[in-house]
Ligand binder design. Structure first.
Ligand code: ADP
Length: 238
């Protein structure tokens, strides 16, 4: 009897894992199908009228290029997720402030519409995977930029040493996230604004990747936010 229960328990777990896998494949296919059908639609338009109508030609080329960028981003993020499944950390000791400062300088050079700044403890060092931390911080800064209107958009990154942890926070004064959405944002393919999100080239994988990275390092990621006022993402590494 006990054995039967255990076998049934195992079968349930297998079934759940199988269903998760199936859902993942179907969600990923859906995300890729949308830009593909837009590209196919514009290619069709080009074939029929694009050769004679410069306006249609311009619009189609623009849309095809935008949608292929979207597809590339989705595929890159899917590859990241797949890689993280069997990744081993490549740890080195490094100065966290310097690494984040380089990231922030990069953003300042390409983005002059937001006021992006870094503050905090310049002496903090970490012994972990530098590339993965860079990826996690970049994802959070990318989001802060994406979800903060440029006019008077302020993004503040801070590094601090807690009692038994290192804390990296990325705060913005953008659109914010409702309490209901906050419960789901770390789930795969979750977007708060389904329509605008896709137009902005988001696919709901960034925070999933970020959370996986932080958890692989034995850390924690959390969010504080007020709709209309802004959001603050906090990474704690122990
Ligand atoms: P993506 O940005 O590609 O959609 P993410 O997993 O990074 O995917 O984010 C999931 C959702 O969480 C986003 O679609 C967005 O609605 C919300 N979100 C993430 N970061 C922020 C932020 N800084 N401000 C407001 N909303 C955010």
């Amino acid at each position: 009897m006990e054995l039967t229960d255990r076998i049934n328990g195992m079968l349930d777990l297998l079934q759940q894992a199988f269903e998760r896998q199936e859902n993942f494949v179907s969600d990923a296919s859906h995300e890729l199908k949308t830009p593909l059908s837009v590209i196919a639609g514009y290619a069709n338009l080009l074939r029929r009228w694009g050769k004679d109508d410069p306006k249609i030609l311009d619009e189609s080329v623009e849309a095809i290029s935008r949608e292929s960028e979207n597809m590339k981003r989705i595929v890159d993020q899917l590859l990241w997720l797949a890689k993280l499944g069997n990744f081993s950390l490549n740890n080195t000791v490094f100065n966290l402030y310097e690494i984040v400062s380089d990231i922030v300088d990069g953003y300042k050079m390409t983005n002059t519409k937001h006021d992006i700044s870094l503050s905090g403890d310049a002496s903090v060092t970490l012994d972990t995977d530098k590339n993965l931390i860079t990826e996690a911080v970049r994802t959070l800064v990318d989001n802060a930029i994406k979800y903060t209107p440029p006019q008077s958009g302020v993004i503040k990154i801070n590094i601090a040493r807690g009692a038994d942890s290192v804390v990296i926070s990325i705060a913005d004064n953008g659109v914010g996230i409702s309490e209901a959405d906050r419960a789901h944002i770390f789930e795969r393919f979750y977007r708060c604004d389904k329509v605008r999100g896709r137009e902005q080239g988001s696919c709901g994988l960034g925070l999933t990747i970020c959370k996986s990275i932080v958890e692989m390092m034995g850390g924690r990621i959390s969010v504080e936010s007020e709709p209309g006022k802004g959001s603050k993402f906090i990474i704690e590494l122990f």
